[in-house]
Ligand binder design. Structure first.
Ligand code: OGA
Ligand code: MN
Length: 299
């Protein structure tokens, strides 16, 4: 049976049915998923029960996998394979992370609007997140459509943004929550990297903002002007009409396009309820400045 596609919103989120991602996919199914993913930037696959290995195999259809940033810390006991980002609230022994655990404090950064890996020179193309355990209340994930947000900008703002380059660092987003506990290896790995503020998506041809809580400075602007502009753009892009809020069911697999969305995890009682969420992340094809044909001056 061919896969079925049900729009959740007219052009941002869709549900995909009649497919078992734990089984090898036919070329037609892969092509249909890719076509849907060009139109919709968020795809929800309900009721997927599969192993981490099948999850990673599914992700490999879309490109090379990233390695989780946690793999960098020798003192982190990893619960999952290094290609799987652990975004739940459990430790390697499957217990709920204590309130002051470094991993928990670090994960709180996921509550801020962001897109994955924009702090890497070669950022993410897409993220594929599986909900294994879901709290009964709270813990939704919200997604903002940065293509629709771009389209809705006045022409004067579109002109102002063309060619601008922002500098992204994981330390910038974490500093917003007072988290500064990085070792020397991390400080080096998380040096700010340049990203365009506006990009054209090669597959759909659509224009999109490219924003994240990781963004701080903008080349050619004062710190104050850069922060004011980023704040204004994030506020614009996260208005209700651009946002889809995902209420998780156990075994939902949600896939989003990191090139043209932001997302954030909503609060839940994380000292009481288990939330086991596992994410595979696929790298983009080239750094964003390169994709937009921009030469970047050093910051
Ligand atoms: C992520 C993320 C938010 C959430 O997986 O990249 O930010 O709701 N998740 O778990
Ligand atoms: Mn994320």
């Amino acid at each position: 049976m061919a896969i079925s596609i049900h729009a959740v919103t007219p052009s941002f989120a869709a549900e995909i049915g009649d497919v078992d991602l734990g089984q090898p996919l036919s070329a037609d199914d892969v092509a249909a998923i890719k076509a849907a993913f060009t139109r919709y930037a968020v795809l929800v696959f309900p009721d997927q029960t599969f192993s981490d290995e099948s999850h990673l195999d599914f992700a490999r259809h879309f490109g090379p996998l990233e390695t989780s940033v946690f793999a960098m810390r020798k003192d982190h006991k990893m619960r999952l394979a290094p290609q799987m980002a652990d975004v739940g609230n459990l430790d390697a022994e499957d217990r709920i992370l204590a309130e002051n655990d470094r991993i928990r404090l670090y994960q709180l950064g996921n509550r801020l609007w962001h897109t994955d890996s924009s702090f890497k020179r070669l950022p993410a193309y897409c993220s594929i997140l599986h909900g294994r355990s879901i709290p009964p209340i709270g813990g939704q994930t919200e997604f903002a459509d940065l293509r629709a947000a771009y389209d809705a900008l006045p022409d004067s703002m579109k002109r102002r943004l063309a060619g601008l380059v922002a500098w992204h660092s994981l330390m910038t987003s974490r500093a917003k929550l007072g988290f500064t506990d990085f070792d020397e290896t991390e400080k080096k790995a998380f040096e700010p990297v340049p990203q365009v503020l506006v990009r054209r998506l090669q597959d759909s041809g659509r224009m999109s903002l490219y924003l994240a809580s990781h963004a701080g400075a903008i080349s050619g602007l004062s710190k104050a002007d850069a922060e004011a502009l980023l704040e204004e753009l994030v506020e614009h892009a996260t208005q209700r009409q651009f946002v889809y809020s995902h209420r998780w069911r156990v075994n939902d697999l949600v896939m989003w396009d990191d090139r043209c969305t932001m997302h954030r995890g909503m609060a839940f009682d994380d000292q009481r309820f288990r939330r086991d969420m596992r994410r595979a992340t696929v790298s983009d094809v080239a750094p964003t400045c390169e994709q937009m044909g921009l030469a970047v001056a050093a910051e």
